[in-house]
Ligand binder design. Structure first.
Ligand code: NI
Length: 377
């Protein structure tokens, strides 16, 4: 709790988690571990060897980064840095994993195999997990399975939500540059107006999901940014559209990317303009391993009531734990942090985002029970 509040008060953006990583490394050293720092930038790893005999290597991952948001939450430990805030709960994830490390270090006698701890930078920039993997996160010792959790504003405190299969979306960045021919606003017939073409493209993109994706599949195409022109009497040369594509199954991902390209370039061409479509592939969807997820669910049932371990409804948010889950059987689960009575009811990334700190204990106990279930002697 104290640690979480300290992290909350001193949030650091992705790739800049020097203070946080320093505290993590110092704490792990105090526990008698030998942390490796600078993994994938500011990441920290450490291995806890079980004493109860050979067994698998289980990776536990927590993310450490904050967001570029100015905090408006009414808490005594609010961010001291304007423009930076732990508005997603990663401060809690880091504190929980340190708590888990402390408990595990005190009970290595009953642990088979080993636990590898990963404190990850830059989740929000969705590059941290990949950077750590490139830096050997899943090797030496090779990781057999992985767990991660997210404190969750959509679920009441006390509840744990999990599901097998794809649970969080593939999140692509989309940019469309529409090129026309600028000119005098009073003589549009002498121009190719990229603003009109962009407007038609935005409208036509609404058909990609509604008219191409099967009704039993999920996808989202959203344009979030429109930029063109500087004044009222000049037709611009170009217009830029920025947005995102979310999807779950690889087949749908391919289909939506293809349709977005075809619709944008086709509509632009029909109006005499040209569209250049750039889709920057985001992290893949988070896909939970069915067997591991059922074992984690069984473990959660030992620390929460049957009515408090609930099914997670897949969300269209992205999460770069996906890169780990792509390589080893994994389970990413959600720990309820919502409490309307305490004003802990704002969505993630909101300036008044606030967790019910009771969720920290639930997360800690769920993680420990899962480790015990998977590696307990
Ligand atoms: Ni998050």
């Amino acid at each position: 709790m104290t640690l979480r509040r300290d992290f909350h008060q001193h949030p650091e953006l992705g790739c800049e988690e020097h203070r946080t990583a320093g505290i993590v490394a110092r704490r792990l050293t105090e526990l008698g571990l030998t942390p490796r720092t600078g993994v994938g930038g500011t990441g920290v790893t450490a291995v806890i060897e079980g004493q109860a005999g050979p067994g698998p290597t289980l990776l536990l991952r927590a993310d450490m980064d904050a967001l570029a948001v100015t905090e408006e939450a009414d808490v005594p430990f609010a961010s001291v840095y304007p423009g930076k805030m732990h508005a997603c709960g990663h401060d809690g994830h880091t504190a929980i994993l340190l708590g888990v490390a402390e408990c595990l270090c005190a009970h290595t006698a009953r642990l088979r195999g080993r636990v590898k701890l990963a404190f990850q930078p830059n989740e929000e920039g969705v590059q941290g997990a990949l950077a750590m993997i490139a830096d050997g996160l899943l090797d030496d010792p090779p990781v057999d399975m992985a767990l991660g959790l997210h404190l969750w504003a959509g679920t009441p405190v006390g509840e744990i939500a999990l599901a097998a299969g794809p649970i969080m979306a593939c999140a692509d960045r989309l940019e469309i540059v529409v090129r026309g021919r600028g000119g005098h606003a009073s003589a549009p017939w002498e121009t190719i107006d990229p603003v009109v073409a962009a407007a038609h493209i935005i409208t036509a993109l609404q058909t990609v999901v509604s008219r191409n994706v099967r009704a039993d599949r999920k996808a989202v195409v959203t344009i979030t940014q429109v930029a063109a022109g500087d004044t009222h009497n000049v037709i611009a040369e170009r217009a830029t559209l920025i947005g995102t594509i979310r999807s779950f199954e690889p087949e749908t991902t391919r289909q939506v990317r293809d349709r977005v390209r075809a619709v944008a370039t086709g509509v632009a061409a029909a109006l005499g303009a040209e569209a250049e479509v750039t889709i920057t592939e985001g992290p893949p969807p988070v896909v939970n391993d069915a067997d591991l997820t059922s074992r984690v669910r069984a473990a959660c049932l030992t620390v929460a009531g049957a009515d408090q371990v609930i099914a997670f409804e897949p969300v269209t948010g992205g999460e770069d734990f996906a890169c780990i889950a792509q390589q080893v059987p994994s389970c990413f689960f959600f720990v309820g942090a919502r409490n309307e009575g305490e004003a802990c009811d704002q969505p993630h990334h909101h300036p008044r985002f606030k967790i019910d700190e009771g969720s920290l204990t639930v997360g800690l106990r769920a993680m420990l029970a899962s480790v015990d279930h998977l590696l307990g002697a």
